[in-house]
Design a protein around this ligand. Structure first.
Ligand code: HEC
Length: 107
């Protein structure tokens, strides 16, 4: 009896949207490992996360696409989808679909 309900519970957890959909949560995980070390105050020139939160999504995607200054050597190899996931993680603003890229919903 217990085993069966545990299995059912496991399936329910796997089916929950937070696990099924990549999105801001994935962007947040990337931010933790690839951005935070500079943007948490360690590099005075790098705006802190509360400042990044005030930017438009497009500005963040643009900076990750054509990075300048210290960013230039720091943020290569991020997919277009993940740039959008990071932007929505930071701003909390939903990004509409663009071309083949799906909408990224703020959580
Ligand atoms: C090596 C340190 C470093 C890393 C790593 C880094 N940044 Fe930056 N970032 C900076 C600095 C310094 C600036 C200030 C502008 C400049 O140097 O050109 C900046 C600027 C920015 C800006 C522009 C802010 C504005 O006002 O327009 C954004 C957006 C940004 N970073 C996002 C990120 C994201 C997202 C990541 C991770 C994927 C990241 N950065 C990783 C150092 C870093």
């Amino acid at each position: 009896m217990f085993r069966i309900s545990a299995a059912v519970l496991g399936l329910a957890v796997l089916a929950a949207p937070a696990f099924a959909e990549p999105g801001p949560a994935e962007g947040g995980a990337i931010y933790e490992t690839r951005c935070k070390m500079c943007h948490s105050g360690a590099i005075p020139a790098a705006p802190t996360q509360d400042k990044l939160a005030l930017l438009e999504n497009d500005r963040i995607v643009e900076m990750l696409t054509n990075p300048t200054g210290m960013m230039a050597s720091a943020v290569g190899g991020i997919s277009d989808e993940d740039k959008r996931n990071i932007a929505v993680f930071l701003t909390g603003k939903t990004m509409p679909a663009k071309g083949s890229l799906p909408e990224v919903k703020a959580s």
